[in-house]
Design a protein around this ligand. Structure first.
Ligand code: ADP
Ligand code: ZN
Length: 755
């Protein structure tokens, strides 16, 4: 089998995504490989396809039990023999799995790192043909990452004990250079193929909301996204519990997860969420590693996290299936204080000496500061993130809250000069709070202690509120007109640009959101973004298509219950959307749906076919909008479906036409379409037939009493068109054009192409 055949047969995909082939080719050529790709990019395929092509067994080291279970379930569903070995199994089960593995039963075996050095496992591995060792979530090996796992250091000694060194491949979504270098070095990869793909997640919408009433916002948001699955991250257990009580009281199916809950309860919550029994997950950052759930439609952050690394990882759990999803951060200045407190009181491993501790602290401060700026910036949020991770930023994305916001520009150079003077006057020894308080002329005990009221800049911006002054300073920080020291004191410093401003060589322009938008009440904001999200699946599917989608979704839920599997393991939302687009009525057509492989077809294909068939009464309707719009993968597919020739019939086909007494344009179209060759020929619609009649001057429209009415010309009447009454869906009578047999023959003749 070729890699393409493996991809189609087991995973149901017809082409590789960016980067996947590079990794697969390297591995197949016997090289080590490191793939750094964002969540949802499709890392699993990068090692699973080679695993099926290589002669021996592939071991996958994975940090979490839930992750292994999920992957193995998915593989088994695809008809691939895989198993996992970890502490969730009893000793007997482990022994049995190893026995089966030794007998060549499994192509892919997931294993916890702790397991590698156990006697039983080592015995097995030494005797078995191990073709590849894959390290999943490879950043766990780095002390720089937030998920450092000492047990990952057992990997290298393990490999050394094998007689034949297998290919070693490693994958992670963590992008920083420190982590990358660590992985390369600690794993001892040999002349590896290192692939770092773009970190942009185009299907995610990013937003920062500054809401005073966060609870209200969250409640509105969840209501506006009824039926969709989402995660809400909170900074503290208390927040989680409070919100949880509230949601449950309102009858919203929610689950919660934090370190204060017992093991069993956490397990239960996680499962409820994965199996779509609880749609909303309330959690601290303890939740999520290894959650592979692909249909998470939104991730809300109730509080600002400690770093963009954390934020992007958590937010990135939205939309793994590539469908439009939202990542919204609810910011309040208090979050910064909470985080600073957490950093200062962080438990540090004993092994750090004073210098190291200082370095860690500085790093954390820098990260927090970058996170805070993310919440403040008025630039494109996506660009901000990508630049932070060291990527070249492209043009504004148009799909974040800043890109969607209209701004007006205000020249604040005069105020900036006052701010700079104040920083100068205080010898760059204070933080933003003291400077802003001084400028606004506040009378706080702390300020009195510092004796700032004696300064000439005291109260020089007293016409402004203190938060407004802070906002200006933040803007100047973003523009690098000011800087802060990267320590917990965050002292404000002047930059070269500040000097230019003082010299009148540089102006400071601040952007403000246009007033109307700023005043938008909580609910409206929530609903607006909800509408934006809802718009997007419906960008692809028309109303019938959305109806069909719902039916397929409930069929999936039913099957999931029967099989005790998470719904998305059966088919992801994205696959269901593609089914609606392609509307298959036969097996070969179903196999064209992206994500339907042979094994899945055998198990579920017919039930889905049947649903689609009955939904359209055996007729293939068009359930999607073809045409311009975002070029999502689905659109490109939709367009390629459209790459057919315009409607025509052959002579023989035309002879089959079931002429009748009177047809509406829509009936005519349906009858015509049923005769064509659907593989090569596009459909014709009733509207197109009507336009044809207009072009022939057989009919036109005229406004009568404010309503458009269809009128038939004398030529039209002669050709066999006539006006009749029909009933609308709402029960009103209205007039429409009918076509008698004569007219039908004329129209059929229009479409005959002699071959
Ligand atoms: P990662 O591990 O990088 O976060 P996954 O391996 O979980 O990503 O893949 C994310 C989603 O993309 C999965 O639903 C997967 O089936 C899908 N996918 C992967 N490769 C392809 C492909 N070549 N074509 C279409 N879908 C793909
Ligand atoms: Zn943007």
């Amino acid at each position: 089998m070729t890699k393409y055949e493996v991809l189609k047969r087991y995973f149901g995909y017809s082409s590789f995504r960016t980067g996947q082939e590079t990794m697969i080719d390297a591995i197949m050529a016997g090289r080590d490989a490191l793939g750094i790709m964002p969540t949802g990019a499709g890392k699993s395929i990068c090692y699973q396809v080679p695993a099926l092509l290589l002669s021996g067994i592939t071991l996958v080291v994975s940090p979490l039990i839930s992750l292994m279970k999920d992957q193995v379930q998915a593989l088994n569903q695809a008809g691939i023999h895989a198993a996992y070995i970890n502490s969730s199994l009893t000793e007997g089960q482990v022994a049995k799995a190893l026995r089966l593995a030794a007998g060549g039963q499994y192509k892919i075996i997931y294993v916890a790192p702790e397991r590698l050095e156990t006697y039983g496992f080592l015995q097995f591995a030494k005797a078995a043909p191990i073709s590849m060792l894959t390290v999943d979530e490879a950043h766990c090996i780095s002390q720089w990452g937030q998920d450092f796992r000492p047990s990952y250091q057992k990997i290298v000694p393990f490999v050394k004990q094998l007689e034949n060194r297998p290919v070693v491949s490693a994958f992670t979504a963590t992008a920083t250079t420190e982590v990358k270098d660590d992985i390369l070095c600690v794993l001892g990869l040999r002349q590896p193929e290192v692939l770092v793909t773009g970190f942009d997640r185009k299907n995610l919408y990013f937003a920062v909301e500054k809401k005073r009433r966060k609870d209200a916002y969250v409640m509105d948001y969840i209501r506006a996204h009824e039926g969709e699955s989402g995660i809400i991250y909170c900074a503290t257990r208390k927040n989680v519990d409070q919100l949880y009580e509230r949601l449950v009281a309102e009858g919203i199916p929610a689950a919660r997860y934090h370190a204060g809950l017992g093991n069993q309860q956490r397990q239960q919550s996680q499962e409820d969420f994965i199996y779509d029994r609880a749609l909303v997950m309330l959690a601290t950052n303890a939740f999520g590693m290894g959650i592979d759930k692909s249909n998470v439609r939104y991730v809300l952050h109730y509080n600002m996290p400690q770093s963009l690394e954390n934020y992007y990882q958590e937010a990135g759990r939205a939309g793994r299936d590539g469908e439009p999803s939202e990542c919204i951060l609810l910011y309040s200045p208090q979050d910064v204080m909470i985080n600073r407190y957490l950093i200062e009181h962080k438990e540090e491993p004993e092994l750090l000496d004073e210098e190291q501790r200082q370095a860690v602290r500085e790093r954390d401060e820098k990260r927090l500061w970058a996170m805070e700026r993310y919440c403040m910036t008025l630039q494109c949020l996506r660009q901000y993130i990508l630049r932070y991770f060291g990527e070249q930023a492209g043009p504004d994305c148009g799909n974040c809250s800043n890109c969607r916001q209209e701004f007006e520009e205000v020249d604040i150079t005069e105020q900036a000069v006052q701010i700079i003077r104040c920083v100068q006057e205080t010898h760059q020894r204070y933080g933003i709070n003291v400077i802003a308080g001084t400028l606004a002329g506040s009378d706080r005990a702390k300020l009195r202690d510092y004796g700032v009221s004696a300064l000439s800049s005291y109260g020089s911006l007293s016409h402004m509120t203190e938060p407004a002054v802070k906002q200006m300073m933040n803007h100047m920080l973003l523009e690098q007109d000011l800087a802060v020291t990267p320590d917990k004191y965050a002292l404000v410093k002047l930059t070269a640009q500040a000097v230019q401003i003082l010299n009148g060589e540089r102006r400071v322009i601040q952007k403000h959101p246009k007033a109307a938008a700023q005043e938008m009440p909580e609910q409206m904001a929530a609903r607006n973004s909800a509408k934006a999200a809802a718009m997007r699946r419906s960008d692809i599917l028309n109303s019938r298509g959305l109806e069909l989608f719902e039916q397929l979704r409930s069929l999936r839920t039913q099957i999931a219950r029967e099989e005790s599997l998470p719904p998305y393991i059966i088919f992801s939302d994205k696959v269901l959307v593609d089914m609606c687009v392609k509307a298959p009525l036969r097996k070969e057509e179903m196999m064209q749906v992206n994500g339907v492989g042979e094994h899945k077809y055998e198990k579920y294909g017919e039930r889905f076919l049947e649903k689609i068939y009955t939904f359209g009464n055996g007729v293939r309707e068009k359930y999607y909008f073809g045409g311009a719009g975002e070029t999502t993968e689905l659109f490109t597919q939709a367009k390629s479906v459209e790459k057919k020739v315009d409607f025509y019939l052959t002579n023989t086909q035309a002879e089959q036409f079931p002429y009748g007494q009177q047809y509406l344009a829509a009936n005519l179209a349906e009858a015509l379409n049923s005769l064509r060759d659907p593989k090569k020929v596009k459909k014709i619609s009733g509207a197109e037939i009507y336009r044809m009649m207009q072009a022939k001057d057989y009919a036109y429209e005229r406004k009568v009493d404010g309503k458009w009415q269809k009128i038939i010309t004398p030529q039209g009447a002669q050709a066999g068109l006539f006006i009749g009454t029909r009933l609308s869906k709402t029960g009103n009578e209205y007039e429409d054009i009918y076509y008698n047999e004569h007219a039908q023959r004329m129209i059929v003749a229009e479409f005959v192409r002699h071959e």
